[in-house]
Ligand binder design. Structure first.
Ligand code: TMP
Length: 209
């Protein structure tokens, strides 16, 4: 059986990556291609602890370095648990994953340094690599407007100065991982339809090739 393709969606909050993932899922359903949608942080036990930190729950005010390790542990669990990423991909199912290690390099590096964050993820990289990473590029201004219009409770990483720092780290992380993670940059400032079209075209090219 042919191994599924591992496709990662990346970008700052408000970049439109999750909407693009939804469009990709609809296109794969339409084409009759098997896929599963995944996300990080996961909804597993370690992911729950991370979410509690991000929403500022009492008793979860960890040091940023601890948070970087928690994200890496959540990723390892996501990969190795029964029915996790590895099982899905080896079962021939394509995976559309909302965030993976590029997010750790972008969000945790400002506090911990990118080399340290990569060290935490390096062991995982010998077990899995994205076949395609789609990065949705938007300015902090656009992201702030989109986040504001959602009217939801904002979490730790959505504050404006953090978004700016995260964008800078994303740029550095992308230049480091461009070819290994097969990163494609999509202009997230475009309308939803254009973004969806570009997304689907890259994915179908990968899967059908
Ligand atoms: P999202 O579901 O809106 O993409 O939010 C997930 C949040 O988790 C987002 O603010 C980025 C953060 N995050 C990290 O900081 N590091 C990571 O490794 C991952 C996967 C997510």
């Amino acid at each position: 059986m042919c191994r599924g393709r591992f496709i990662v969606f990346e970008g700052i909050d408000g970049s439109g990556k999750s909407t693009a993932l939804g469009a990709a899922a609809s296109a794969l359903s339409f084409e009759g291609i098997r896929y599963a949608c995944e996300r990080e942080p996961t909804s597993g036990r370690i992911g729950e602890i991370i979410s509690a930190f991000m929403f500022g729950r009492e008793g979860y005010d960890f040091d940023e370095r601890t948070v970087a390790a928690l994200f890496a542990a959540d990723r390892l669990d996501h990969l190795l648990k029964k029915g996790g990423l590895e099982d899905t991909l080896s079962g021939g199912v394509n995976v559309l994953c909302d965030r993976f290690w590029l997010s750790s390099l972008a969000y945790q590096s400002s506090a911990f340094g990118m080399d340290r964050v990569w060290e935490l993820n390096d062991g995982i990289s010998s077990m899995i690599k994205p076949d395609l990473t789609l990065y949705y590029s938007v300015s902090a201004d656009t992201a702030v407007k989109r986040i504001g219009s959602r009217g939801e409770k904002t979490e730790y990483y959505e504050r404006r100065d953090r978004l700016e720092r995260t964008l800078a780290c994303y740029r550095e992380a992308i230049s480091r991982r461009m070819s290994e993670d097969n990163i494609v940059i999509i202009d997230g400032e475009q309308g939803e339809e254009e973004v969806a079209k570009a997304t689907v075209s890259h994915i179908l090219q990968l899967i059908i090739s």
